[in-house]
Write a protein that binds this ligand. Structure first.
Ligand code: AMP
Length: 287
């Protein structure tokens, strides 16, 4: 496994891998868990060689405290990737990615989708994501790249970016990996206390309850959301940041043309902000 921290080194190792066949890229921020490793395994199924990037991208953090406390476990991450037979790992610093400073770096921005929902609550977040991912695509020139549906809106934003900019990278979506309790795996889970972690499954439980409510025919989304909010916020330590029921393709409000819906959730448990989502086909309304 080649570990490169310089851009040129990563680019030339990626070029060598591409000369031998297809290359898949898995962009991550490290602190790797089974969710990330599922992306790596999907990458292996889709391409001859697999490259992973580990970069806690400061450009996509709108909250300095979140950036500061983000878990960093590089040695353990590299051991896991070695175990998965990954070919190339890129571990740049912020100075390598943004040598003239973040504020002086060219940015890539997807209008519309980047400013709504999670983007409205985290100003600049998706601009940071699309900027770093397009730079990674230029360094690796992969045939495909894996992204988890845990970050539901991120996948939509990146798909629009490659479509709009005619970037020849296939975006492959990977379903959310959960623990036995239903909690979506996340690097931020390691910031929860043991007790919080035990209680965090409330989020996916409420999310599934919303889905069931909608599937059973309730289309009063405002009422469904406010009841779920009240149930969640009634538990000590929980504070709902957002619950949105949207069209899974456009991320706009569900309308009469919506065939597939998604519930997107962001909930604070203590100081930790957790996100989750579920998409499902809508049964046609009966008259
Ligand atoms: P992160 O390191 O959090 O930026 O995540 C890197 C990639 O792994 C993103 O595409 C995430 O959507 C994906 N990912 C993170 N957690 C999960 C999970 N529990 N299930 C599936 N994909 C995930």
């Amino acid at each position: 496994m080649i570990v490169a921290s310089e851009i040129q080194q990563a680019a030339s190792a990626a070029a060598d891998l591409r000369a031998a066949g297809t290359l898949a890229l898995v962009p991550t921020m490290g602190n790797l868990h089974e969710g990330h490793l599922t992306l790596v395994r999907a990458a292996r199924k889709n391409a001859r060689s697999v490259a992973v990037s580990i970069f806690v991208n400061p450009l996509q953090f709108n909250n300095p405290k979140d950036l500061e406390t983000y878990p960093r476990t590089l040695d353990a991450d590299l051991a896991k990737l070695e175990g998965e037979g990954v070919d190339l790992v890129f571990t740049p610093t912020a100075e390598i990615m943004y040598p003239e400073g973040m504020e002086n770096h060219t940015s890539v921005f997807v209008p519309g989708l980047s400013d709504m929902l999670e983007g409205a609550l985290r100003p600049g977040h998706f601009r940071g994501v699309t900027t770093v991912v397009s730079k990674l695509f230029n360094i690796f020139r992969p045939d495909c790249a894996m992204f988890g549906l845990k970050d539901f809106q991120q996948v939509a934003v990146l798909k629009k970016m490659v479509r709009d900019m005619a970037i020849g990278v296939k975006i492959i979506e990977v379903p959310i990996v959960r623990d036995q309790s239903g909690l979506a795996l996340s690097s931020r889970n390691s910031l929860l206390s043991e007790e919080e972690r035990r209680r965090a499954c409330l989020i996916s439980r409420e999310m599934n309850a919303i889905r069931e409510e909608i599937l059973s025919g309730n289309r009063d989304f405002a009422a469904v959301v406010s009841a779920a909010r009240a149930r969640i916020d009634g538990n000590e330590g929980f504070r709902t940041d957002a619950i949105d029921i949207v069209d899974a393709l456009t991320l706009k409000p569900v309308d009469e043309h919506t065939l597939r819906a998604a519930v997107l959730m962001a909930v604070y448990l203590g100081k930790v902000r957790l996100i989750d989502s579920v998409a499902f086909d809508l049964a046609p309304e009966r008259c």
